[in-house]
Design a protein around this ligand. Sequence first.
Ligand SMILES: [Zn+2]
Length: 366
Amino acid sequence: MMKRAYKYRFYPTPEQAEQLHRTFGCVRLVYNKALEMRTRAYATQRRSISYAESSAALTEWKRGAELAFLNEVSSVPLQQALRHLHAAYAAFFAKRAGYPRFKSKKKSRASAEYTRSAFRWRDGKLTLAKMDAPLDIVWSRPLPDGVVPSTVTVSRDAAGRWYVSLLVEDPTVQPLPPVDTAVGVDAGLTSLVTLSTGEKVTNPRHEQADRRKLAKAQRDLARKEKGSANRAKARLKVTRIHARIADRRRDHLHKLSTRLVRENQTVVIEDLTVRNLLRNHRLARAISNAAWSQLRAMLEYKAAWYGRTLVTVDRWFPSSKLCSDCGQLTESLPLNIRTWQCPCGATHDRDINAARNLLAAGLADR
Ligand SMILES: [Zn+2]
């Protein structure tokens, strides 16, 4: 059965909010201390620290007087923080991500993950460890009947909204009947993505307008006096616009990824590692690293849900310059050239041609 996360807003009581803030703080502290320990061990002894070792260190920290307050929150989110750090290192060693970074109170999303032993699930009510009352969840869409969450993640975004995400084994997710279509998805220069079918998918509606509002709100913020009440108000406004842009972007990517996976048996995308993105300013400009990895993650799990195949191509060939009709390479193709003609007679839109080459490479790889 497929695992699926259901995310809802909730409204904590003042006591719950306080307990959660404290838990977020402890999660951040444990993550950062373990990261510091691992970094130091590697820098001074060329030694890698295992999850078990960092877990033993956590037990020591909780025994000391200085960090005794770690005992006031559930131990499970703290253990999970160590697991997340371990996963971040694994991704780093596999060259899928950069070196793990410290969590910042201001910039990182505050969250805490609870596994089965740290919450109670009864009659559709969720009670977290160290709390007496269940969370006041807004059930904006129904949870499938009879499911029991295996993991619960509580978070608070920069705009102050609280969320709970329930990971369940979902009986409603079934593989779709097979189809024989395939599509290449290219991070285009002029659009969000370009498909090998010739379709160009643009950014979410209102994004341009939201970005203009954001720029104005940021200018307003910069003009306010440090520490003033007006500055705090202006900051909240900036944060709210950021949150709205992120929400609309996520909705847009959800619709796009669902459609691509439903309509195609095979979806081919480029393996854009952080390294590739940094090298390739062209892509960095068109689609942000965050949006691309969000789209890729959605395609990955939806392909798994629906019995589809996602192929990632590590693309080092000059896909824009290669004619997708005859395979000839054109000599140079400056960025401002949007369409070009191959000696074979084919006329190409730069991005569509790249998406077609990506599709061919992905199908050849399989
Ligand atoms: Zn050609």
